[in-house]
Design a protein around this ligand. Structure first.
Ligand code: HEM
Length: 131
């Protein structure tokens, strides 16, 4: 299913790190706090210090209330594109564990050689009896 959520790379987010363009990432979501800076009860300086980066820890450390958490939605502009943020955790870059893969395949398809041997024994047995 295609989603309508806009995805941003960390590179894009990191460029929005000023008073005129202040984006932060909190829990994988991207927030544009530019228009909220002046109204933020904790002050604009704390938010600006986290501008253009992942502010999840700072946000949690400030012990925000549920009111603050409800307010967040109004500033959410999309989500972080995780594939481009952490290429090291995508499967493309994971080293393939071939011995483990072979073991898994063996476990999955053990019935094939067993069936082949079984059928050969039965056919051989019938053939010998006929003689
Ligand atoms: C969508 C994002 C944010 C919203 C809607 C928001 C909202 C609020 C609100 C409503 C308060 C008043 C206290 C409360 O009700 O919890 C507050 C306080 C505060 N916020 Fe934020 N905030 C946001 C992001 C951030 C970020 C990114 C930081 C830090 C980098 C931050 C740091 C603080 C601090 C330090 C306080 C003061 C806490 C205190 O005085 O005890 N906030 N925020």
């Amino acid at each position: 299913m295609p989603t309508l959520t806009k995805l941003f790379t960390m590179q894009e987010v990191s460029k929005q790190n000023s008073k005129d363009n202040c984006w932060v990432v909190i829990d994988g979501k991207v927030y544009d706090l530019t228009l909220y800076l002046d109204d933020h009860p904790g002050g604009d300086d704390v938010v600006l210090a986290a501008a253009g980066r992942d502010a999840t820890e700072d946000f949690e450390d400030a012990g925000h209330s549920n009111i603050a958490k409800d307010l967040m939605g109004a500033f959410c502009i999309g989500e972080l594109d995780v594939d481009t943020t952490s290429p090291e955790i995508t499967s493309k870059n994971q080293p393939v564990d071939y011995p483990q893969k072979i073991k898994d395949l063996t476990k999955q398809y053990w019935a094939v050689p067993v069936a082949v041997v079984g059928i050969s024994v039965v056919v051989g047995f019938l053939y010998l009896r006929k003689k």
